[in-house]
Each structure stands twice: as C-alpha cells, then as structure tokens.
Design a protein around this ligand. Sequence first.
Ligand code: ZN
Length: 183
Amino acid sequence: MVKVYSKALDQSIEINRILGQLEGNTAGPTIIFTAGIHGNEPSGVFALVKVLDDIKSKSIDVRGKVYAIAGNVSALKQGVRYNREDLNRMWNDERVAWLLKEDKIIKNEEDYEQYQLYTIISKILEVDNGSFYFVDLHTTSSPTKPFITVNDTLLNRKFTEQYPVPLLLGIEEYLGGYLIKLH
Ligand SMILES: [Zn+2]
C-alpha cells in the first residue's frame, strides 16, 4: 500500500492501485473512474475512496459495475505531478504498442505506471460486458468551479448532461496523449 497525503484535507490515506470496486445486484454498464494520473492531484483519489465507502456503508445498490483506479501511484506517494514523464500525455496508439512490446525493459516509473493501468483496464474490458464509461478526475491549478470536459460526441453529451456541472468542449483540441482519448 502507498500513503497519499491531501494538503486540502490535511489527511493521509493508504491506497492500492485499485481504490475500490462495486458490483450491483442488477446488470448494467461498467463505469471506470481514474484519479491521480497527476500525482499532485490527490483530491480525486480521496473523493473516490469516500464515495465508494459511503455507497458500501449505506448499502446503496448500484446498477452495473464501478471501478476506481489510482493513476500515477508512485507520483501520488511523493506528491509530485510525475517522475519523468506526464502520464496524461502518453496515451497514443504508438506508445501503447511500444509499451506492450517492450514490457520486459520498462525504463522509468511512468512506463511502469502506464503498463499497470493499461493491463488493468484491458482486463476489465475483456471480462465485463459493457457498455463502458470512463471518468478521469483531475484538479485545476487555480480555483474554479467543478466542470466536465469530454470529446464531443452525442453519446458523451448525453452521459455528461446528467451531471449538474458545466460542460467544457474543445480542450482536447489543445492536448494530446491523455488517458480518456485512447478510449
Ligand atoms: Zn491533472
């Protein structure tokens, strides 16, 4: 287990890569949350642990499956954004193909983190039936209201309009290689 500290909460928790998972009594979609892809953004990790604990302790039934996965565990442990490479700029087809081919000679921390994440998510996609939804939690560098950003598809709009927060479109036009884009 790895200890992660939240400056905002002045609190530490111990986590594993899989922060938690739930399976409802009724079949339904699978939602995969990731948090802490940037190690200096532990808020999503704390939020997922709390919400999953609440759902369990209040015996709230969910429809389908919920997974919560920590992103850059070694960076979260140190409270740094990343060690050598930004883990949220490494998700393109060429990179993943290289990673799978070269998995025996993982060179740095982020190679390892990406390989672990890719393996876990691939396994979920293999064993579960879907539909699959992906939510990657981040923290902004300056104060702001919570918002959602998505690749602009009709399905994504339909999904995100259920959340009572603003939807920002177009950010993906300025970024490359981030986790959600691969899916
Ligand atoms: Zn981030």
